[in-house]
Design a binder for this molecule. Sequence first.
Ligand code: C2O
Ligand code: CU
Length: 615
Amino acid sequence: MTTALAGGLDQIVLVVAAVLWPAAAGFAYAAFRPPHDPRFHLAALALSAGAVVVSGVRVALTVRLLEAGWWFAAEKVLLALPLLLIPMVYALTTTLPALLRRDRDPKRAYPLILTAIGAVAGVACDVVVSSPVSPSSALVVLLVAGGAAALAWRLVAGTGGDRWRVAGFAVALTGVVWAITGSLSAPPMHAGHDTDAGGVSVASLRGPADPDARRYTLTARASSLTVGGRTVETWSFNGQNPGPALRVKQGETLEVTLRNELPGGQGVTIHWHGYDLPAGEDGVPGVTQDAVRPGGEHVYRFRADDPGTYWYHSHQNSSIAVAKGLFGLLIVEPAEGDHTVAIHSYGNVKTLAFDDRPPADGLVTADLPPGTPVRLRIAGTDSLPVVLGLSGVDFRLRSVDARDVAGATPLRDRRLKLAAGGRYDLAFTMPDGPVALSVEGHPGLALNGRAAPATGDLLDVTRYGTLPDLREDFDQEIVWVLDKTFAMVDGLPRLAHTVNGKGYPNIPTPVVREGERVRITIVNRSGDLHPMHPHGHHVEVLSRDGRPANGMLVDTFDVEPGEVWVVALTADNPGLWMSHCHDLAHAVQGMEFHVAYEGITTPFDVGGPAGNHPA
Ligand code: C2O
Ligand code: CU
């Protein structure tokens, strides 16, 4: 059984337990009271038997999750199971014999009621507690359960006046108040990294001015596009969807002037996705700059020393801005003879844009001279991954996220899953016959005629090419547990995509020192796929789900439900760096945070007068 399946089953089973135990307790309580209907005894016994079995299944699933790692089961072992199993043993040894004896004392139902409270607390645990188990979230569950236990005692004992009722309400209320204030009192986003903390301002970490720079101007404006027979209102750079592919030769300086002509006060920035540039050029509003308001302008400069396929996109309200079209490809070219492919959904119509042609939702065709080297530079710019396939020719996955893959062996008829925000360069020599690039199993791009879409196995990209011995020495270890729990996001409680149990901006900021090698373990406890994207760095993939990986360098990688990825980050680019899920809707729902270098500060503010909003 996969970890994801065990986690999913556990969520079903915990709800079933939270229904069966209270039902059993209700019938037991009724059976102990006049008129002592024997059918209530039977119902209580039968439901208890079912609930014991279900609780056993929960224990077994927890053991399975523990095998996958402590992160997957922490709150179950520390909190949910003790709250269930301890009263359960108490109930099995007291309430059940009393039911069999047909006792008539309602107090005998109390252990079973406690078990029921424990089972319901298990649901609360699942909703509010993640890994690591924070004392405050655990206390919230304990207080609410304790309050309920006191109220229940008032009910079964029927004596003690209002004392138990008052005590019960007081304790439960403390839990609720704690839950709310505890999450509100989290440190602000830039704690310890405000300009008044002293140190180097991120605004001073800029690229060089160069009289020979290759210059582009990108103007954000409202546009429209006809795809799939429908007209979609988009936002564009220079009226083009996707925005113009920016091409620069390796070693040149790129200078891009951003202008904003968007309506409605909408701000814009440009983030150079995957390019590890000086932090001040990273284009994150509230961290490296203020969002450019309509009528405003901002200039980005950096030396393009790392060849490869990148993309750029606005980072202001990015979940909306990128979907609406504020993006384009950035190619740092070592050689000629390559083509860009941008895959994007405009208003739910999935499209493919080949080179500078407009995006099309049907088949795109092109003719290339047989015998010439071809490099398809493909970027996935949606918030979900895309399964690609290449057929009709032997090809190599030459690079992933603009970094060459060592020992890239020839592939034929294979399919590859591209992360949301990730890039693959597929290289081949144009054969005499046709070549097809398929997208989600459908023909996408047909070169020199039609070929059947690839049907071969999905390539495990983390084990493609050579598998070297990877360095295992580290200066620091970080764990990011991805989950879906109730948490504060932007000051409001909601069901959130969390990291270590917290949502933006309350996720603690890991602080690294320049020169450190940091081991990062990313654990996905949730049922959703998370394409994680650290800014400013490529990380080296050391292992995926315990299987040693090829050490490839990535800037965006899919952590599937139940998976554990171990990556190494070399801290060689001082700054304040965003790190987030590139399913941009997940970022808005909490899954974004910072990685900060010691001694780097920012004069910019999230929210604030400029209305900076990175997600
Ligand atoms: Cu394309 Cu912050 O990312
Ligand atoms: Cu996500």
